[in-house]
Write a protein that binds this ligand. Structure first.
Ligand code: BTN
Length: 282
């Protein structure tokens, strides 16, 4: 049983698609941590991360989940918009609270990537991760995560893990919305040839997120890093690092225990990358 009542704030979700999200459909597929999640389902929000941030500031408990059928101002990493059409995809944010040191917050990027790849595998595709948490199938992006953090000194007050997943969006709709960038994007339906059941995907993702977060709490970063390295496609590759000051080219040496990318530059210095954009050169 959930500790607090779930909230579906707008009955019109049912009109949003043939396969609308439903709180009961997600809840009955949740595992042992089901009781830790209060679910809020909206027809439309600007951004599930922003909505959850407001709920967090007014005292929402750890585990609160905001889902929406559509976002009007979905946000991606590096200030990019996130295309969020109604009724076809997944836009979902989860609230975590401390204790957590601020410098360890990027590990949640890796945790989100692991949980997303678990759910994508369960749906029948073979995903890989491009640091920090882009999920690719056959080299094209289907999902990403935006981690946002409120700090109190050197500690995390709360942290929001928001994911966007292209589940059933038509590729021609994606092409019209994204323009040339659509060439490097796809949907899970296109990858598997099957319509994706969104409640099932959402529950698979939440179950996997709960499990990786539990392991991190109980065992520290090692199990996260070990599995993440198996799914990572950047280590060993030549990349261009941009967007965080002077761009530079280097070879990816891996991730450190805080989730930062380690890139060896042209003179052999190991640089730690936190939020920049990474473009493979080879
Ligand atoms: C990325 O740039 O790859 C991250 C995309 C994250 C998008 C999701 S959709 C749900 C949540 N709400 C947002 O505004 N952004 C995240």
């Amino acid at each position: 049983m959930s500790k607090r009542a779930d909230v579906a704030l707008d009955g019109s979700v049912v009109e949003a698609g043939l396969n609308p999200l439903s709180i009961s459909g997600i809840r009955r597929r949740l595992g042992t941590m089901a009781g830790e999640h209060q679910l809020f389902l909206f027809h439309e929000v600007e951004s599930t991360n922003s909505t959850l941030s407001r709920l967090a500031r007014s005292g929402a408990a750890e585990g609160a989940v905001v889902l929406a059928e559509r976002q009007t101002a979905g946000r991606g990493r590096l200030g990019q918009p996130w295309f969020s059409p109604a009724g076809v995809n997944l836009y979902l944010s989860v609230l975590f609270r401390g204790p957590l040191a601020l410098e360890d917050a990027p590990v949640f990027s890796l945790i989100a990537g692991l949980a997303l790849t678990d759910a994508v595998r369960a749906a029948g595709a073979s995903p890989a991760i491009k640091w920090p948490n882009d999920v690719l199938v056959s080299g094209r992006k289907i999902a990403g995560a935006l981690i946002e953090c409120a700090a109190r000194g050197a500690e995390v007050d709360h942290l929001i893990v928001g994911v966007g997943v292209n589940l059933n969006v038509d590729l021609d709709v994606l092409a019209r919305a994204l323009g040339p960038a659509a060439a490097s994007a796809t949907s899970l339906r296109a990858a598997t040839g099957r319509e994706v059941h969104r409640d099932t995907f959402a529950a698979d993702y939440l179950n996997a997120l709960d499990e990786w977060a539990r392991r991190y709490r109980e065992e520290g970063p090692e199990p996260i890093l070990t599995t993440w390295r198996e799914r990572d496609i950047l280590t060993g590759r030549q990349v261009e690092v941009c967007g965080g000051g002077q761009p530079f080219v280097g070879r990816v040496a891996g991730v450190d225990s805080h989730g930062r990318l380690i890139v060896q530059d042209a003179v052999g210095d190991r640089r730690l990358v936190t939020v920049e954009e990474i473009r493979p050169c080879d």
